[in-house]
Design a binder for this molecule. Structure first.
Ligand code: CTP
Ligand code: ZN
Length: 158
């Protein structure tokens, strides 16, 4: 039963969120972005399983947690095709695709310390153009710096 191979790896959860259709290799970045690697949450990670639709994928299941809009938008940066499934009583009660817009506003900081977006007195919202989606590469609209996926994940971890 190749379609159900993930069920053999990790059981269904009772309540919480399943982040599905994560690109292979990005599950740990999703965990870092959500800050759920510690004592507070029960997390199940499935890596490199066959997807019913195409290719292979990672899955992250977080018991007892619902995601905020900001968290969902951050996940789109490393998993632009991810599906967010809200689980209650073992059932999927809501399913949403994340969305990676062409311009990223507010949720990423520029890595250039002298960029105007990093000046405390300037009320400028950092804004980036998406040069590449997978792996992510952003271009700061203010100073032209390029921000890699690794830079973005570092900003959210810890
Ligand atoms: N899931 C879970 N616990 C539940 C219900 C679902 O961990 N109580 C997981 C499933 O294993 C799957 C994901 O949540 O990885 C979405 O479930 P479902 O919508 O039933 O699966 P699909 O129809 O395959 O989803 P999609 O169409 O989005 O690929
Ligand atoms: Zn900049």
């Amino acid at each position: 039963m190749p379609g159900n191979s993930q069920e053999l790896v990790v059981r269904k959860i009772e309540r919480g969120t399943v982040i599905d259709h994560i690109p292979v290799g990005q599950a740990l970045n999703v965990i870092k972005i959500l800050g759920v690697g510690g004592e507070k949450h029960t997390v199940a990670v499935v890596m490199n399983v066959a997807s019913k639709k195409y290719g292979r994928k990672d899955i992250v299941k977080v018991e007892g947690k619902e995601l905020s809009t900001v968290e969902v938008n951050r996940i789109a940066l490393v998993a632009p095709e991810a599906t967010i499934n809200v689980i209650q009583d073992y059932k999927v009660v809501r399913k949403n695709r994340v969305k990676l817009p062409e311009r990223i506003q507010g949720i990423v900081r520029c890595t250039n310390p002298s960029c105007i977006t990093n000046k405390p007195r300037e009320p400028v919202t950092p804004t980036f153009r998406v040069l590449s989606r997978s792996p992510l590469l952003l271009l700061c609209e203010y100073c032209g710096s390029r921000i890699s996926q690794e830079d973005v994940v570092k900003q959210y971890a810890g």
